[in-house]
Design a protein around this ligand. Sequence first.
Ligand code: ZN
Length: 82
Amino acid sequence: MLSKLILAFILFGGLYLLLRHLSRSADQIPPPPAADKPSAPAAEAMIECRQCGVHVPQSEVVFASGYTFCSTAHRDQYLTRP
Ligand SMILES: [Zn+2]
């Protein structure tokens, strides 16, 4: 009777230690490093608008007459100015 009790004690003790070890090793997993975002706007070249001087990403720039603009509205304003 006593030996069964000891056996159960050891069994549960071992189980407890095993679970504690597993949970502790899970805690030690470092957080994943900040993954590089596929489309980082900072990596894109910034072009200055000829009309207002605002810098806009190269993909959003409007080209006209060798100049660059932030929008078609500013392109039209600059090209139709007196
Ligand atoms: Zn502009």
